[in-house]
Design a protein around this ligand. Structure first.
Ligand SMILES: O=P(O)(O)OC[C@H]1O[C@H](O[C@H]2O[C@H](CO)[C@@H](O)[C@H](O)[C@H]2O)[C@H](O)[C@@H](O)[C@@H]1O
Ligand SMILES: O=c1ccn([C@@H]2O[C@H](COP(=O)(O)OP(=O)(O)O)[C@@H](O)[C@H]2O)c(=O)[nH]1
Length: 934
């Protein structure tokens, strides 16, 4: 702890803090990043700077208040001692952020002493220890007090007693606890998340109980949500913890979508192969994804979670997290730590020193080995004891020189598997003590109870070798606590490679596979004989980690990232076009005289994938079919003489013929390279200089990857090739696509005139310049010419699920920007003289029914733009009107008569969005009905 600072120094620090807070908005000398931070990393680094300074001020103001958080906690919110003037200065600090910490277990468990009297004890477990160290926030705990309180007096008095500890109880009745906590949480999720699988015995019973336990789980989560909602104040951050509350984020967001919600898992998240065995796998994942930020102890767990979301839910995994219809749930690793100072300080306390003295005397002449675990299958206690037995067996000379102290804290004692474990451990310990004990000593001291904090610190301090042999463990804070208490002894940590802690303490610890008893026994020998200099080196490494990666840091980083996730989401939302205002679009449709409807096919006019968003039946889906509800509607719309419909698709001619042959409309196949009025023949609209000499080479590449990627396929079209892996294993598909792209971009065909376009689950190769936007001018020219249109086109509705590359079709119709400096160059296009590169190309001759003949320009149109708009953003009236005319105008398009609309996308250049083809169907139906009744 630094030396106590003078008030002047504190004042200067506080001024700096205020300045830095301002610079958070503006940027100044304290910032490494001048200006407003624009990226997430910049924002997070700046906030980190701010926190550091804040802490320095805090440190100065609280120097001398040496409470350990547990004691402070048990005493309630005490008035700080001996602060004098410091109090006044403390008031000048900005108020702390309010944080609602929601966990199944409150940090205190209640024991009833009488009708209205309660004793509160600190709960045991890593989650509680870690969160007790979090004091940077104005925190309130919400959770279960570990006791059934059926009566009103009891509930009222306990609520009052807990309020002093800033705890708010959730009252769960016995039946719910049994089904939710003992059943679904601890008999199903807990073993599954620790790779122990779903319950194997009494299969029928398990299946029968599963549904009722799951229902109780949801009910309990809703009860937690109700209490949160009752205490929530605007601006609060809600941090949900652990596998008990996977439904909570969804319940909270349903109640208030603006609530800032984070969720953190304290256990491992298993491989998606394990998670997919769970009957409620999808529901749980979806509920968690309702949170804004989802955190795990390690990168591996985060990776497994994202992979489960992609493989089970069919969602996109991005570097930031998981994306579902444009909504991103951020997923990241936040390794927890401990309040290391609390342990280091405790070692100086007289009661701990006394304990240490006693223990040293008691075990004089013997090396002390220590295990501290909840008596849980995942902790590998039997395996640890068997390894110790093997060590004694093979090292006779150590038998009277070493003792193993095993603290096994009873836990979840109502769950049958835990009861069995207790018997099993007792049996093994008894056998080994009988085998190697003497009249005066036993090799294993096994305690079935918890110790108080001071006794635990003393034990950690006198230990020579700590043995943590979890079969799986989210993190394991015992290993951290041991390291924190070992600065004078520099004992050795033997640590399971399956504990999250192995990732952070792996360098200083001896890592073991706890299933390999021989390896663990050998490690015990190695640790007991380790020379002092090696012990010191290993310890220093770990001590540095434990004292810098504290629980405080962990919580601050999580909350700061959660805050930032909200900022980021808002920035993203601003870039998302709004939903199509259908009423407005229909009103304008009815008022216009010559309308063009440009409609995509795939995912625009087809039936959506199944409701789960999963990839369904490949064979069925591969046959692209027009949505059955559209047949009548399309007929009506096509029969309207004021309306021209163009189906504008990447698909080939045959597919469009099959689906649309019976309607009176225009079909533009292969991104507009072929055009046909359904009553006429196909004509080519390909530009003359289109080179297709690369097709064979690309085809070979596509064949190669199709053969090696199960369930992928490719479509060979005349002007493009498409490789699709949407039905393949997502991750493998992506790897293959990356490999393919690499080859296409840098391999032997990299110099060919082709465009390689990466879709969400596809790779498409086209001749350079083949885009829907590039083709639309030729197509429109042809249609205007063919129809001999007299009235100008005064309404355009363009709807499609187009690739980014094809979004140039939306901008084609977009009137030019108002005359700002950047737009001046574009405004020159107003000139009636056509520049050769202008968007609308020329050509007066009619179509040619031949295939693959070079294209000749079809018609001469010219685009005249007038700007009357003054708004910004996604307003339809932003750009008022545009006209294209040739002598008399053939296209007079006011800004508010133009509707470009992307289907099922979030990022788009279109003015509007429609969620799915179902919405397209609804819109077109309404359009047809309104127009036939008008
Ligand atoms: O509340 P209980 O059912 O009695 O169980 C106690 C806690 O056990 C688990 O702790 C985990 O959290 C630790 C801190 O992040 C981590 O180090 C450890 O590896 C985990 O096992 C459980 O996740 C908590 O919810 C329980 O409260
Ligand atoms: O008698 C005991 C034994 C353990 N603990 C605490 O229980 C926690 C165990 O956390 P860990 O992360 O190792 O595992 P968990 O029990 O949460 O799975 C540690 O903070 C220990 O200090 C305790 O308070 N009293």
């Amino acid at each position: 702890m630094g030396k106590v600072k003078s008030f002047e120094e504190i004042d200067i620090l506080q001024e700096n803090l205020v300045e830095l807070q301002t610079s958070h908005m503006l940027g100044n000398k304290y910032s490494y990043f001048p200006g407003t931070p624009s990226t997430r990393l910049e924002r997070l680094l700046r906030e980190r700077e701010l926190r550091k300074l804040n802490k320095e001020v805090d440190q100065c103001l609280t120097d001398g208040d040496n409470w350990s958080s547990e004691e402070e906690f048990l005493q309630g919110v005490a008035v700080p001692r001996g602060l004098g003037d410091r109090c006044e200065r403390k008031e000048r600090r900005p108020p702390k952020q309010r944080l609602l910490l929601v966990a199944n277990r409150l940090p205190v468990s209640a024991v009833r002493r009488g009708e209205d009297s309660w004793a509160l004890e600190i709960s045991v477990g890593g989650l509680v220890s870690a969160l007790l160290g979090v004091n940077e926030f104005e925190a309130r705990w919400i959770g279960w007090a570990g006791v059934n309180v059926p009566d009103e007096i009891g509930q009222r008095t306990l609520t009052r007693a807990l309020a002093e500890k800033r705890c708010i109880p959730v009252f769960l009745d016995e039946e719910v606890v049994h089904q939710y906590y003992n059943g679904y949480c601890n008999n199903i999720l807990w073993p599954l998340f620790h790779y122990l699988g779903l319950p194997q015995e009494d299969r029928l019973d398990t299946t029968r109980n599963f549904q009722s336990q799951f229902d109780a789980y949801k009910k309990a989560n809703q009860m937690f949500a109700d209490v949160v909602n009752e205490h929530y104040q605007e601006g609060d951050t809600v941090w949900c913890h652990d596998y008990h509350l996977m439904f909570l984020p969804k319940c909270l967001k349903e109640y208030n979508s603006k609530m800032k919600v984070g969720w953190f898992l304290h256990t491992p998240f298993p491989s998606s192969e394990i998670h997919r065995t769970l009957p409620s796998r999808s529901e749980l994942l979806r509920s968690v994804l309702a949170a804004d930020l989802v955190g795990f102890h390690t990168y591996d767990y985060a990776r497994h979670f994202v992979s489960a979301c992609t493989r089970i839910l069919g969602l996109e995994g991005t570097p930031d997290g998981v994306e579902d219809q444009g909504k991103i749930t951020r997923v990241a690793a936040f390794p927890i730590g401990i309040d290391s100072d609390r342990f280091i300080r405790a070692l100086e306390l007289p009661q701990v020193q006394d304990h240490i003295k006693e223990l040293k005397e008691r075990f004089a002449g013997r090396k002390v080995m220590l295990g501290v675990d909840r008596l849980d299958m995942i902790k590998g206690i039997p395996q640890k004891i068997l390894a110790f037995e093997k060590f004694l067996e093979e090292n006779g000379d150590w038998r009277d020189k070493v003792v193993l102290l095993q603290i096994a804290v009873p836990t979840r004692t109502d769950v049958p598997d835990y009861q069995k474990l207790t018997c099993q451990v007792h049996e093994i310990v008894g056998r080994i003590n009988g085998r190697f004990g003497t009249l005066t000593t036993v090799p294993i001291h096994h305690l079935d109870r918890s110790l108080d904090f001071y006794a635990l610190c003393a034990l950690y301090a006198v230990t020579d070798v700590a043995l943590v042999t979890s079969l799986r463990d989210g993190m394991n804070l015992v290993s951290y606590e041991f390291v924190a208490c070992q600065d004078s002894k520099k004992g050795v940590l033997i640590l399971s490679e399956f504990a999250g802690a192995a990732q952070s303490l792996g360098a200083g610890a001896i890592l073991v596979n706890p299933w390999n008893i021989t390896e663990v026994a050998a490690s015990i020998g190695y640790a007991l004989n380790m020379p002092a200099d090696e012990r010191e080196k290993r310890h220093n490494h770990n001590f540095m980690h434990v004292t810098t990666h504290t629980s405080q840091e962990w919580a601050e980083t999580f909350v700061s990232e959660l805050n930032d996730t909200i900022v980021e989401a808002q920035l993203r939302i601003r870039q998302i076009p709004p939903l199509l205002p259908s009423k407005f679009a229909i009103e304008h449709y009815l008022k216009s005289n010559n309308r063009i409807l440009i409609l995509g096919f795939n995912a625009t006019l087809t039936q959506p994938l199944d409701a789960q968003g999963r990839r369904g039946d490949q064979l069925k889906e591969l046959e692209l079919k027009l949505h059955p509800d559209l047949k009548e509607t399309l007929k009506k719309l096509c029969d309207d003489p004021k309306t021209t419909i163009i189906i504008f698709s990447g698909s080939d001619r045959t597919l469009l013929d099959e689906n649309f042959g019976e309607y009176n409309m225009w079909l533009a196949a292969e991104h507009g390279m072929f055009l046909r009025l359904t009553k006429g023949d196909w004509m080519t609209t390909m530009p003359e200089n289109l080179h297709m000499d690369w097709v064979d080479s690309v085809k070979h590449v596509f064949e190669y990857f199709t053969e090696r990627t199960p369930r992928s396929y490719f479509e060979l079209r005349e002007t493009s090739l498409l490789w699709n892996y949407k039905y393949s294993d997502v991750e493998f598909g992506r790897l293959q696509a990356r490999d393919m792209l690499q080859h296409l971009w840098t391999g032997p065909i990299s110099n060919a005139s082709l465009d390689v376009i990466q879709g969400a689950r596809s790779v498409e190769v086209r001749a350079v310049g083949v885009t829907k936007g590039a083709a639309i001018d030729r197509i429109l020219g042809e249609i205007v010419h063919n129809k001999g249109m007299k009235a100008p086109i005064d309404y355009v509705l363009c709807i499609g699920h187009f690739l980014a590359k094809d979004e140039d079709i939306y901008t084609f119709f977009e009137p030019e920007l108002p005359p700002e400096p950047a737009a001046v160059a574009r405004a020159n296009m107003v000139s009636p003289v056509k520049s050769p590169k202008s968007k609308v190309s020329a050509g007066k001759s009619g179509p040619r029914a031949s295939k693959n003949k070079p294209h000749r320009p079809l018609s001469t149109l010219e685009k005249r733009i007038s700007n009357h708009g003054n708004g910004t953003g996604w307003q339809p009236n932003r750009l008022d009107s545009m006209s294209v005319h040739e002598g008399s105008s053939v296209l007079v398009l006011r800004g508010d008569n133009y509707f470009s609309c992307a289907v099922g996308r979030k990022r788009s250049n279109a003015r509007y969005l429609l969620r799915s083809s179902t919405d397209v169907v609804t819109l077109l139906k309404e359009l047809a009905e309104a127009s036939s009744s008008s």
